[in-house]
Design a protein around this ligand. Structure first.
Ligand SMILES: C[S@@+](CC[C@H](N)C(=O)[O-])C[C@H]1O[C@@H](n2cnc3c(N)ncnc32)[C@H](O)[C@@H]1O
Length: 283
């Protein structure tokens, strides 16, 4: 790997703004957990993604490069272990349709192919047309922006629908939200929308800042209110985009990753268990 490639990779994945020298952040980076040394331990965890990763971490010739934060994989495993196993075993009713935004050098598409198996329909999009020159054969790749509605619609049409979105694209708040607005309505019932690298929503260079209006994390926090709308009685609105409890079943936050599940919430109904004629019920 060329030094310029390595610098690009570091800047992208660690989100080092262009005006910061790598040398100045080296100390911080060094103090962060690094994956390969942990590969053996993690491979012994009962998670099927982990042995794959452990293998990649120790095998320098394992394939196209990719970088994700180590703790994301536990989140992915928590979300997708069962579905991925069913997809690999071919026991789903139809193939899973997965879109990753942000392809870079294609390694993550290779990983998803191994994880979700040969039947899954996997597409990657990126604004950098270099992706068409890399010989990526584990997935279909298309060049275009995650903010371009017409482009996204054409990709989803080609895919035949959408079950999982992984946003690992620009990580600029307005782009993250533009994609969510376009793609969430296209997700199939029961689908999952994953947004990676949400730490950028705290950083001004990515359109973020702590509690900054318009940042992706603030928008996602608003969705939590939308989910609880019956309890504060205002009209059904989720802040901005029609992602309310009619379509949002849950939103989960991990460190820098949000996972939205598309499914209508049931009307809240109290459940009265036990015998309510007993004297203690009226104390
Ligand atoms: C963090 S890298 C993706 C890494 C890859 N998923 C992996 O795990 O190795 C981000 C990618 O997003 C692409 N990108 C940046 N802005 C974009 C946009 N508006 N639409 C689509 N892709 C974009 C960049 O060209 C870059 O390749």
């Amino acid at each position: 790997m060329k030094v310029s490639d390595l610098e690009y990779l570091l800047r992208q994945k660690l989100h080092i703004p262009p005006d910061l020298r790598l040398r100045d952040v080296a100390a911080t980076v060094r103090s962060r957990p690094v994956s390969p040394g942990k590969a053996k331990d993690i491979a012994s965890e009962p998670r099927e993604l982990m042995p794959l990763l452990a293998q990649m971490a120790v095998d320098a010739t394992a394939g196209r490069p990719f970088v994700k934060w180590w703790h994301y994989f536990a989140a992915y495993e928590e979300q997708f272990a069962l579905l991925a196993r069913q997809s690999r075993d071919g026991t789903l009713e139809r193939p899973l349709r997965i879109l990753e935004m942000g392809v870079w050098r294609g390694g993550s598409l290779d990983l998803w192919r191994q994880y979700f198996g040969p039947d899954a329909v996997i597409y990657g999009i990126d604004i950098d047309k270099v992706i068409t020159t890399l010989g990526i054969d584990s997935a279909e790749v298309r060049v275009g922006s995650q903010t371009d509605e017409i482009f996204l619609l054409s990709v989803i049409e080609e895919m035949g629908g959408l079950d999982i979105v992984i946003d690992d694209g620009s990580h600029v708040s307005k782009d993250v939200l533009a994609s969510l607005r376009i793609l969430f309505p296209l997700l199939a019932e029961g689908g999952t929308y994953v947004i990676e690298d949400l730490h950028t929503s705290y950083w001004p260079a990515w359109g973020g800042g702590l509690r900054r209006k318009g940042s992706s994390i603030e928008f996602l926090k608003d969705l939590i209110d939308g989910l609880h709308q019956p309890y504060f009685g205002r009209s059904k609105r989720s802040g901005n985009v029609g992602i309310n409890r009619d379509v949002l079943h849950s939103i989960q936050f991990y460190d820098s990753v949000a996972v939205l599940k598309k499914r209508a919430c049931a009307e809240p109904q109290p459940f009265r268990g036990g015998d309510h004629s007993r004297p203690e019920a009226s104390i």
